[in-house]
Design a protein around this ligand. Structure first.
Ligand code: RET
Length: 272
């Protein structure tokens, strides 16, 4: 059971969680439009990254919408606070959403990094296996988050081993991309690495929250940081990869990318 079900909430606590769920869903809907609308300025070789961001946005939009509905169905106002009165709230939806988004986000990294051939398939297989194993072992562990017993710690630890493997392959991929990139694209890739490391590492911290901060405020904090991590690891990351893909497309001479590089002065854009 998720620790969200253990507490009563003030009107402010309840509403903050609900509005953050709604805001996050709205961000995903907006980035979906952005990705589809800007896909044409990216060369066909990298363009699929925009469509994959679209896939992530749709699945995350549905998940956050569902969490918002579930949150408002689970608790009701009794005159002085919001109390559990209906279905249990569950973070299990998040793990199911990650099962789609994690493999897709990692595939995007390989594509924009320009990894091809056998290396692509080897890394892709590692990403999918490590990513799904990380999520599903964590899913088993989170059922025990309220007690914090051996199921919680053992499965959490196994999940962390898969996470470290995944991080290593992501680091290798970004290192390879930087080795052949232009200086400005290389800088953007180092930003991808920082964004990746920070936003992904928030999820295991959120897993630990029921053991670190077991109060109604802890629940609010956990859902705020989940949303921060979701927006960073899916939406900001998707936009950043699209910007890199567009820049690389322009460097490789793809005309629609050059023409839509509005941040480059006209004369030098023409000279590329
Ligand atoms: C779990 C269980 C505890 C140990 C670790 C975990 C890692 C989760 C991560 C999730 C990333 C999710 C993303 C979703 C985007 O859609 C499963 C919480 C290490 C890294 C990026």
């Amino acid at each position: 059971m998720s620790f969200e079900n253990l507490y009563e909430y003030t009107a402010a606590q309840f509403e903050i969680v609900l509005s953050v769920f709604t805001l996050t869903a709205a961000v995903f809907a907006a980035v979906l439009v952005y990705s589809i609308a800007t896909a044409g300025s990216i060369s066909p070789r990298y363009r699929i990254t925009s469509y994959l961001t679209g896939v992530v946005m749709v699945s995350a939009f549905l998940e956050l919408g569902l969490l918002a509905l579930r949150w408002s169905e689970s608790f009701s106002w009794n005159g002085s606070s919001y109390v559990l009165d209906g279905d249990l709230f569950s973070n299990g939806f998040r793990y199911m959403n990650w099962s789609i988004d994690v493999p897709v986000l990692l595939t995007q990294l390989l594509i924009v990094a320009g990894i091809t051939g056998g290396v692509f398939f080897k890394r892709w297989a590692s990403f999918v296996v490590a990513g799904l194993a990380m999520i599903w072992t964590g899913y088993v562990g989170q059922f025990d988050e309220v007690d914090g017993g051996s199921q919680f710690w053992t499965w959490g630890a196994i999940s962390t081993v898969f996470y470290l493997w995944l991080l290593y392959v992501a680091w290798q991929t970004i290192r390879d991309a930087r080795a052949t990139a232009s200086p400005s694209v290389s800088k953007l890739f180092s930003f991808v690495w920082i964004l990746f490391l920070v936003s992904w590492t928030i999820y295991p911290l959120a897993y630990l929250m029921p053991q670190l901060w077991a109060t109604a405020d802890g629940v609010v904090a956990r859902n705020l940081i989940y949303s921060f991590a979701d927006i960073s690891s899916k939406a900001v990351y998707g936009i950043l990869l699209a910007v890199i893909a567009q820049k690389v497309s322009a460097e490789e001479g793809y005309k629609p990318a050059i023409e839509s590089s509005f941040w480059v002065p006209k004369a030098s854009a023409g000279a590329q």
